[in-house]
Design a protein around this ligand. Structure first.
Ligand code: ATP
Length: 230
């Protein structure tokens, strides 16, 4: 589970995120939806403990700055964080060893095949296309078998088949009990797979909605009503 209590992030006098509360439950896909500049990435980065913030954030019940929390979550950033001169395989070895994952090569192999990266295993990150770097970044987060997963704008730069594959993997991880939190502004891609959504605008959560609450209304209609079509 991911729990965010009273998260505020200030840049000088400006509050990019203002008193945000949210919970991403285990076994569910929770999305953080909002227009550009709403504060989604700031929220995700704060949860990943990459930014200083005010408030209390817990991952798997541990404060997010502890080693216990870091062990249990995977993070896919908006821009892949990779080492230009390491190959795909070297990235896998690095993360597999750092997280002390048993049998990580077999776990990685599954995702290499799924993401059609098997033939690129000897290529350095700087030799991959943008979509391939995104897939490698996801592979590294998925192969640690996280109990909580933070995914910031995962589909940007992916082709339609890869988007489908990624959505299936995310659903599979949630079905195995992982708490999946996805930040996005692309409603159409997540509208079928989300369980719960937090709609964010101008640094605030303006609505928390469960899929079952929507009935006939689409998430898109609901979103535009709340954000005035931003
Ligand atoms: N380093 C920074 N310094 C000052 N302001 C920042 C900084 N990073 C983000 N902001 C501001 O914080 C607000 C929220 O930005 P954030 O990147 O979290 O939005 P977002 O919802 O992820 O947007 P997008 O969909 O465009 O990625 C924006 O107004 C942005 O200009």
């Amino acid at each position: 589970m991911i729990e965010v209590n009273h998260l505020t992030k200030r840049y000088g006098d400006f509050k990019a995120v203002d008193d945000v509360n949210l919970v991403a439950e285990s076994g569910k896909i929770t999305i953080l939806l909002g227009p550009n500049g709403a504060g989604k990435s700031t929220t995700i980065k704060s949860i990943a403990n990459l930014l200083k913030f005010e408030g209390d954030i817990r991952i798997c019940s541990y404060p997010n700055d502890t080693i216990e929390a870091k062990r249990c979550f995977g993070y896919v950033s908006e821009t892949p964080i990779l080492y230009d001169n390491l190959t795909v395989e070297e990235h896998i070895d690095f993360i597999g060893s750092a997280y002390q994952i048993n049998d990580y090569k077999a776990k990685a192999e599954k995702y290499l095949e799924l993401f059609k990266l098997t033939e690129k295993r000897k290529k350095m990150a700087k030799e991959l296309s943008k979509g391939m770097t995104q897939k490698l970044s996801m592979l590294l987060a998925f192969m640690i078998e996280p109990t909580a997963l933070l995914v910031d704008e995962p589909m940007v730069g992916l082709d339609p088949a890869s988007i489908e594959d990624t959505l299936k993997i995310l659903r599979g991880l949630a079905d195995q009990g992982c708490a999946v939190l996805i930040s996005t502004h692309i409603i159409d891609i997540v509208s079928d797979i989300f369980d719960e959504a937090y709609i964010m605008n101008k640094g605030h959560i303006i609505k928390h909605v469960k899929k079952d609450d929507l009935q006939d209304e689409s998430l898109k209609e609901y979103f535009f009503e709340l954000t005035d079509g931003e």
